[in-house]
Design a protein around this ligand. Structure first.
Ligand code: NAP
Length: 236
């Protein structure tokens, strides 16, 4: 049985990843800051004994190390980073919210790197050896320059944290290539979640089904790439 570890598993895209991998018979390590508070996760574990809940705050070194200690070298086929934040305050010049910016970097960039670094040998010990992180079309530098991704306004904090994530994971993909470990960035599209809001065109079901299809191919063929939920390569 293959094993996937999902961050931010208690709601939004992370929760839908849990649902779909569980329904597909995977062992799912569903991690969140307060797993006991998610009625949905509790319900899924009752239906699927292969789903196990773990506590994880991706911004907290101790929390990440505690999880690694609990897993004790257990192989992780797919390490899936879904946890993320989108600060909404102070997004224009003259009113920049630096605390929100630091929090975005801490969660969206350092959180992914910290969890990856700590659980790397678990991934290396697995069959698939795949690391995936959710980025966003809003991370695109060329999208800002040519005006094609203008809908999110400024959003310095969120957008720059995700652009930095793209760069960090592009480097990581190269560093891990000799070990046969795949690292891929995913664009979920604009999806109805707490973050995406009610007007988003895509349902979590559609977006996750698309991203799972992308992940199910040969991991090394997509390593170092930014792939859309529709299977198309994203340039950023
Ligand atoms: N929805 C979209 O349209 C969209 C588009 C592009 C990219 N994305 C990306 O997709 C990912 C998932 O987004 P979403 O729409 O599902 O957002 P969401 O509904 O706001 O859920 C965010 C998840 O991240 C978790 N999280 C935040 N900080 C955390 C931390 N320090 N440690 C552990 N978990 C933490 C939250 O847990 P708590 O409940 O504890 O806060 C929650 O489970 C994010 O990386 C986001 O940037 C989303």
């Amino acid at each position: 049985m293959s094993t996937v570890l999902i961050t931010g598993a208690n709601r939004g895209l992370g929760l839908e990843f849990v649902r779909q991998y569980a329904a597909d018979g995977w062992e799912v390590l569903a991690t969140s800051r307060q797993p006991e508070k998610s009625a949905e996760l509790t319900q899924i574990t009752a239906q699927h004994p292969t789903v196990v809940l773990h506590r994880l705050d991706v911004t907290d070194d101790e929390s990440v190390q505690d999880l690694a200690d609990k897993l004790d070298g257990k192989p992780i086929d797919v390490l899936l980073h879904s946890a993320g934040i989108y600060p909404r305050e102070g997004q224009h010049i003259g009113e920049i919210d630096y605390d929100g910016w630091r929090e975005a970097m801490e969660t969206n960039l350092f959180g992914v790197m910290r969890v990856t670094e700590t659980l790397l040998e678990n991934v290396a010990a697995s069959q698939r050896k795949q690391i995936a992180a959710i980025s966003t079309s809003l991370s695109s530098v060329r999208g800002v320059q040519d005006g094609s991704v203008a809908q999110a306004g400024t959003s310095y904090q969120y957008r720059s944290s995700k652009t930095a994530l793209n760069m960090a994971l592009s480097i990581l993909a190269k560093e891990l290539e000799p070990r046969g470990i795949s690292v891929v960035l995913l664009d979920p599209g604009w999806v109805k979640t707490d973050m995406g809001g009610a007007h988003a065109p895509l349902s979590p079901q559609e977006s996750i089904a698309g991203m799972r299809k992308v992940l199910s191919g040969n991991p090394m063929e997509i390593s170092g790439k930014f792939m859309g939920h529709d299977g198309a390569l994203r340039l950023w």
